[in-house]
Design a protein around this ligand. Structure first.
Ligand SMILES: NC(=O)c1ccc[n+]([C@@H]2O[C@H](COP(=O)([O-])OP(=O)(O)OC[C@H]3O[C@@H](n4cnc5c(N)ncnc54)[C@H](OP(=O)(O)O)[C@@H]3O)[C@@H](O)[C@H]2O)c1
Length: 297
């Protein structure tokens, strides 16, 4: 049995289906059972809980041999008392590690952010670096898979691209010159499943993506091409002009402080990384950008 924490999210849903398709039984730790039942295949066993609540983790980890963590706190309300999104994420990871130790589960695979570095300008990326340090220092057999923009419907980053590609005049957050390395959701899932029983992946973080590093504006235009639409006229909105709005949305949506602002700023970052190490470990042809977009519309 494999536990997925974050199975009701974009990556977690695809991962759960991907594991089932490979005849690997899946249990999901979910916060809202009815919502999860509507989102996930009937074959996914549900265990109600929260990554910050140890007893629920203990129940979910029974008879489990590996855990996937596909969680983010910037887009989802948190019940705990964390000061901000970074603390919420870190506390959740600490509880997952502690629960794995109690349950004797050694294998943990987490999804991160491409190019994560402790000295990154962006607060979300720095928080992820702290999370990686915690995971790799846990003594467990940890792998982190780090995508940039994941091409698939329901992916927060790509949904923004799709929305812009459908307009005649598109507001673009940031300069539009930021470079993004895409990966199709199916390839991301193949890597996540591919590392499951790969001891050579223990203790390592891998950037993933195709060779097609494109500017945000070109990504919008390439998506418009696939949709058969004219390239939109782009109006570039400085990120600093949007920060107050992000704060308001955090308050209205009861989201952890700072998360949407950091997520918004991250949209203006280069998301490039270095995908060569994962390719050496798990060689596979990756779906080109155009084909990945075609699959997503
Ligand atoms: N989507 C992308 O393009 C992309 C790109 C790069 C990296 N990533 C990374 O991939 C991972 C998954 O992203 P995503 O797009 O799938 O996110 P998502 O759609 O926002 O889903 C987040 C998931 O986290 C769960 N969650 C949040 N707080 C939780 C808690 N306290 N306890 C248990 N579950 C909790 C949510 O559950 P509820 O449904 O109950 O809220 C949901 O299932 C993240 O690490 C993200 O940074 C994603």
């Amino acid at each position: 049995m494999i536990l997925v924490i974050g199975a009701t999210g974009f990556v977690g849903r695809h991962l759960s289906v991907g594991l089932l398709e490979r005849a690997i039984p899946v249990r999901a730790l979910v916060r809202d059972q009815a919502r999860a039942r509507a989102l996930l295949p009937a074959a996914v066993e549900l265990s109600v809980g929260d990554m910050t609540e140890p007893p629920t983790l203990d129940a979910a980890l029974r008879d489990v041999r590996a855990v996937y963590v596909t969680v983010q706190t910037i887009t989802r309300a948190q019940h705990g008392k964390a000061r901000d999104f970074a603390e919420a994420e870190l506390r959740g990871l600490e509880e997952v590690v502690a629960a794995c130790r109690r349950a004797g589960v050694r294998r943990v695979i987490a999804v991160g952010l491409i190019g994560t570095r402790p000295d990154a300008a962006n607060a979300w990326v720095r928080a992820r670096a702290r999370g990686e340090r915690l995971l790799f220092g846990s003594g467990l057999d940890v792998t982190v898979i780090r995508p940039g923009v994941v091409v698939g419907r329901g992916s927060v980053g790509f949904d923004g691209v799709l929305a812009a590609a459908r307009r005649r005049v598109a507001p673009i957050r940031g300069s539009g010159r930021q470079l993004w390395r895409p990966i199709g959701i199916d390839d991301l899932i193949a890597y996540l499943v591919g590392v499951l029983d790969q001891p050579a992946a223990y203790g390592r973080a891998f950037d993933v993506g195709t060779d097609e590093v494109v500017s945000y504006d070109s990504l919008v235009d390439a998506t418009a091409d696939v949709l058969g639409r004219a390239h939109p006229r782009k109006v570039h909105v400085p990120l600093r002009a949007l920060r107050p709005l992000a704060r308001v949305l955090e308050i209205v949506g009861r989201l952890p402080a700072g998360g949407l602002r950091a997520g918004l700023d991250h949209l203006g970052d280069d998301l490039v990384g270095d995908p060569r190490p994962i390719r050496a470990l798990l060689p596979r042809p990756l779906l080109p950008l155009r084909a990945a977009v075609e699959r997503s519309i």
